[in-house]
Design a protein around this ligand. Structure first.
Ligand SMILES: [Fe+2]
Length: 151
């Protein structure tokens, strides 16, 4: 699969879980949060392993990628802070809102600014190749986390 399609599909999935979280409470909110947290963490890891390093080495995408790393960093801080809270805590909703806004901003920049540049510097074959590597990594990581949970 084209790596940009793969990433866009994951962006859409994350946005829809954020939407569900807006109305969720108690155990349902915790369950959705666990799901969202693993999605975001894996997504960041795949981008930072297979996507950003190569694009950082290209002049047209270098600055956008350096900014994207910082956006991931801020998202990680919020993810850690939310993970330390219960959904009933008064800071849960506002922190979630800030994470949602940050994530949506990050997605907009990737899809609106970074991806069009990637389309220019990587041909279809290259995008398919990186997409396949990402699918493999996602499979491996998902299997490993299933095994961890079962142990
Ligand atoms: Fe990202």
């Amino acid at each position: 699969m084209d790596v940009l399609r793969l990433l866009e599909d994951e962006h859409d999935e994350a946005k829809s879980v954020f939407k569900k979280l807006e109305r969720a409470h108690g155990p349902e909110a915790s369950r959705l949060w666990d799901q969202l947290k693993s999605m975001l963490t894996l997504h960041e890891e795949m981008e930072e392993t297979l996507f950003y390093p190569q694009l950082k080495a290209e002049k047209p995408t270098e600055d956008l990628v350096l900014e994207a790393y910082q956006e991931h960093h801020v998202m990680d801080l919020l993810i850690d802070e939310i993970s330390a809270l219960e959904p009933s805590n008064e800071e849960w909703q506002p922190k979630m809102k800030v994470l949602q806004e940050n994530t949506e901003h990050h997605i907009e920049e990737e899809e609106g600014e970074l991806f069009p540049k990637v389309r220019k510097i990587w041909d279809t074959a290259k995008r398919e190749q990186v997409g396949r590597q990402m699918e493999d990594m996602r499979e491996r990581k998902k299997k490993a986390s299933k095994q961890r949970r079962a142990a």
